[in-house]
Design a binder for this molecule. Sequence first.
Ligand code: MN
Length: 425
Amino acid sequence: MQSWVPSAQAPETDFPIQNLPFAVFRPAGGEARCGVGIGDRILDVGACAELFDGPAAQAVLACRASRLNALMALGPAAASALRAGLSQRLSAAHTADRDRLGAALYAINRVELVMPVQVGGFTDFFASIHHATNAGRLFRPDMPLLPNYKHVPVAYNGRANSVRVSGAPVQRPHGQLKGPQDAAPRFAPAQRLDYEVELGIYVGAPSTQARPIAVGDAWDHVFGVTLLNDWSARDIQAWEYQPLGPFLAKSFATTVSPWVVTAEALAPFRTAVAPRAEDDPAPLPYLHDAVDQRHGGVRIALDAHLRSARMAAQGLPALRLSRSNADLLYWSIAQMLAHHTSNGSWLDTGDLLGSGTVSGADLDALGSLLEITAGGARALTLPGGEQRLFLADGDELTLTGRCEARGHVAIGFGACRGTLLPAAV
Ligand code: MN
């Protein structure tokens, strides 16, 4: 299917008509409202209400808001009806309504993309066994994976108000630092500032208290997926994490892409969950679903790029740090939702779940500097000659994601970008 919006056919576009991701944007001098990406344009959905009826019309009205939450809360049927209606009206075969829709299209590079969702809760998982092994090896060479890893999807409760949209400033945090050789901790700007390549999963339809989500029903609660950078201060983390896990090392900033790719748009790129090793334990019954094992993975190539301030000044292109893939996750998205609610707690519309750092088995698929530099032991040389163990002030870190599959038009996630500002004085 093609669109009458010409840029939606560009081979490199992230937003062909097969994607139609949601975002929230503010046109020059206007209020924030919900939109849908198509090529290099964003459609002001709420401005086209008279073109829709039935469940789609309800969804359109929910888009007249400065966050996606009202739309997300309507559940999968409403979002699906809206998607179908938009897909039909933006298709090349549809000649009516073009003036009406065209008047509601804005050039993406002329609007401000703002935080798309009011995030109520933020949980960060640890679902990549490659990342867990690589990070664990730095601390425990003999036993990189802790004994619980293959049984329980490990996570921590993050801080929802750390989440900000791509382009928003990220400032180097202060914290308690104590190296292995230091007699006592000091309070100073973090020196081992890192990023983490992750997926973010937005909850749409809420679940019910004391009614755990079954693995097989979990995608009904997934509104969509985004890119997420879990900025991490490794030196703060190393000193504070025992025995309760990450706290201030990760609560200062979390960056997400402005775009939310819907569960439906991802459907052609669903795949089997990465196979467990022969001798791995089977998941407990509440975490196991045969259909999910066959179709619960998502093939999303994830890239991280770094450009230092000096590289930018010299006009050098960003350096690709890694390319990994979300199809390598040990725990599926559905298993994360099922586990999250297995104790009787529930998920609300607008909750955000991070996948944890997505790393692969190969050296060019490591989703954090902690892994790339082996814990700050092996320097990375940038184009232009600078070296990095961890991020320097002025470094710009960009995540991108793209789904490709034979017989399907490729879709993408836009950019998740942040530049590290110096610590406050
Ligand atoms: Mn993380």
